[in-house]
Design a binder for this molecule. Structure first.
Ligand SMILES: [Ca+2]
Ligand SMILES: [Ca+2]
Ligand SMILES: [Ca+2]
Ligand SMILES: [Ca+2]
Length: 388
């Protein structure tokens, strides 16, 4: 179980990673001897037997260091050596040290050589694939590497039935004001500008300037930026001044020394179709899937026509990044055509409607053989659906 949060004022115990052992009849006991003591903000935990020795190992994804956004904790691979789990990241998986904000991972045999490889999604990152080479994990170079997203969730499956695993990726959604591209990405500058011990992240986006070209302007309203730090407050007297400030004029050269830069240039939620030669071609999900950030998918054949379909939930109310309340998604049902295309089923027709800050979607089989679809919403009710 991954533990954590973005609030650095939380008690330290919130960040202790917890391993619960099931005794086989549904009773869970808290195990302290099996895992090393790990206290950090973990975003995801995936149990997997990556070395096929019959013992379940664990991958822990690193979330944001509280108060230091967008800096992330190292992700970690814990190998089960029988009596306990040991951190083998340094020897088997040195890339994990610089992997950044991880939001979701999936283990899948991507190169069809019989062992499980790791697919990683995160923020300010492309989708990355690490091939399991036995003694180490080797990053696969693909054409996806220039597509830096705010990816929240991934699923691996063969959507077009050609025998090659495809990657379904839930991203920020293209329905936003930033209109990002490789030439005009969102740019996040991060530094402790006022030296008070916490990072001050400032996000910039390209908008049309008065000359008809594009300039890289701060995204946040002046009030929010000045609340963040007295350094910013002191720079302007009028809103109109701030309105004309771009990335070059907001900071002095001195202030930009040692600044960390992060980019987001790809905002669409997509199906990345495997081309069969270890590369992928992103295909946009329908417009309805671009209305807001997608946080979780369920992949299944809903209408039993032999083609994989998608259910999804999303939105984001609590943002560490300045972009406000994102609530345009109402839950999605997409019927697959078996070749990578999808048809939207309207909420009124499907009956599936999850309009709030939805984080996870799971399927549970109950006694009668019926499926329950359960969506969790942050600080709100669980919503439960069944299929007629
Ligand atoms: Ca193992
Ligand atoms: Ca493999
Ligand atoms: Ca495929
Ligand atoms: Ca189907």
């Amino acid at each position: 179980m991954a533990s954590g949060g973005g609030d650095y004022k939380s008690p330290k115990s919130v960040f202790n990673q917890v391993l619960l052992i099931n005794d086989g009849s549904g009773n869970f006991a808290h195990s302290t001897s099996l895992i090393p003591s790990l206290t950090f903000n973990a975003s995801t935990a995936e149990a997997v037997d990556f070395n096929d020795d019959g013992l379940m190992d664990i991958f822990l994804g690193g979330g944001v260091v509280p108060g230091q956004y967008p800096q992330a904790h190292n992700s970690m691979l814990l190998q089960n050596i029988g009596e306990r789990l040991v951190d083998v990241s340094e020897t088997l998986f040195p890339n994990l040290e610089n992997i950044g904000i991880v939001t979701d991972v999936k283990w899948h045999d991507m190169d069809n050589d019989g062992d499980l490889d790791l697919v990683v999604a995160g923020h300010y990152k492309p989708i990355e694939i690490f091939l399991n080479e036995g003694q180490y994990f080797q990053q696969l170079t693909t054409s996806l590497e220039n597509k830096l997203g705010w990816f929240n969730t991934i699923e691996i499956n063969d959507f077009n039935k050609d025998g090659y695993p495809d990657i379904l990726a839930g991203n920020f959604g293209s329905n936003n004001l930033y209109k990002v591209s490789e030439e005009r990405p969102l740019t996040l500058l991060a530094k402790d500008f006022d030296s008070n011990g916490s990072i001050d992240p400032v996000l910039f986006a390209y908008y049309k300037n008065e000359e008809g070209g594009y300039s890289n302007y701060p995204v946040a309203f002046w009030g929010d930026v000045s609340k963040q730090s007295p350094l910013f407050r002191g720079k302007f007297n009028f809103y109109s001044e701030y309105g004309k400030t771009d990335i070059e004029s907001l900071f002095t050269e001195e202030e930009l020394k040692g600044v960390l830069k992060y980019f987001m240039n790809f905002d669409r939620s997509v199906l990345m179709l495997n081309t069969g030669n270890m590369d992928f071609e992103p295909i946009d999900l329908p417009l309805e899937a671009q209305l807001g950030p997608i946080n979780d998918f369920l992949v299944l054949d809903l209408n039993q026509d032999g083609n994989l379909d998608i259910m999804a939930v999303g939105n984001n109310y609590g943002n560490e990044v300045f972009v406000g309340h994102l609530d345009a998604l109402n839950g999605l049902v997409l019927l697959g055509d078996g070749s990578g295309g999808f048809k939207v089923v309207k909420n009124a027709q499907s009956g599936f409607n999850v309009p709030f800050d939805a984080k996870r979607l799971v399927r549970l089989k109950i006694g009668s053989g019926k499926d329950l679809f359960i969506a969790s919403q942050n600080r709100d009710t669980l919503m439960v659906y069944t299929k007629n």
